[in-house]
Design a protein around this ligand. Sequence first.
Ligand code: SF4
Length: 346
Amino acid sequence: MTMQKTLRTASELVAYSLSKPEFEAELANVAERYAVALTPALAALIDRADPADPIARQFIPDLAELTTTPEERADPIGDDAHSPVAGVVHRYPDRVLLKLVNVCAVYCRFCFRREMVGPGKQALTPAQLDGALAYIRANPQIWEVILTGGDPLVLSARRLGEVMRRIAAIDHVKVIRAHTRVPVAAPERITRALVRALKVSGKATYVALHANHPRELTDAVRAACARIVDAGIPMVSQSVLLRGVNDDAETLSALMRAFVEARIKPYYLHHADLAPGTSHFRTTIEEGQALMRALRGRLSGLAQPTYVLDIPGGYGKVPVGPGYVDMCAEAGAVVEDINGVRRDYP
Ligand code: SF4
């Protein structure tokens, strides 16, 4: 059956053979707790015969989501602790997050903001947007505004263009970055009008694409990204390290290469956050470091992401290695080469 619409319920997933009828009632419980959305573009990538399909694992609800472990928390990266006004997170001096909407084109089962996003969750009201922009205007150290959410590219070209122009009118803001999954989830939404809306005169716009598996970078997705890059908007990537999706060197290498081929600079590989009901996705940091070592040995420098952890509690994002230099050596440093052999640096 060809799918034309975004699927949002357990019964729709069953109707399109994306889940088994015997799981429908249980999955309906999960869907009640955490929003579900699967677009036709992503559903088309799912191999229904493969119970471990890495695309299905990212979007089809799983009973394991109903298990919250003691270390998990509703606000895993501490957005609330750094929110001076509605819609703004000001964690680092020179940049803010601006959360325009709390809906997304798809809902990722491992989402770090899963308690905050979903249909019916409030977008910023016009008065709240005025307040957020007033805050940015009043803080001259803010050099970069990062549009996130939710997914800012679910907005119409007209609304997005309006917000972009209002941000660009703030003198001290020099860079506007949009974080999005829309080019992967619904590449047809990346229209010329939407790309035009992202461009604002006198300011640099960047688009950060969230994708986690090389199969997500289809021809249609690459064409959507080309529309953005050809318009003079540089793109960077962000991915989450996910057990059963991309936690092997071959998949991660193919993903990073696919980004570079699409003119998207690999930027962040996030260690999975402590979001509720997501322990089945998390690797250990040691596993992540071993994968990063493997990437260092196999991939061009252009294709290397930085492996980062958002410290729970809102203490910010830090690179978590691996490290290659041992400064405790008696004479200078000892540096590890890509084969793991330790070399003296006198
Ligand atoms: S697109 Fe981003 S904010 Fe939306 S569900 Fe996925 S991870 Fe969460």
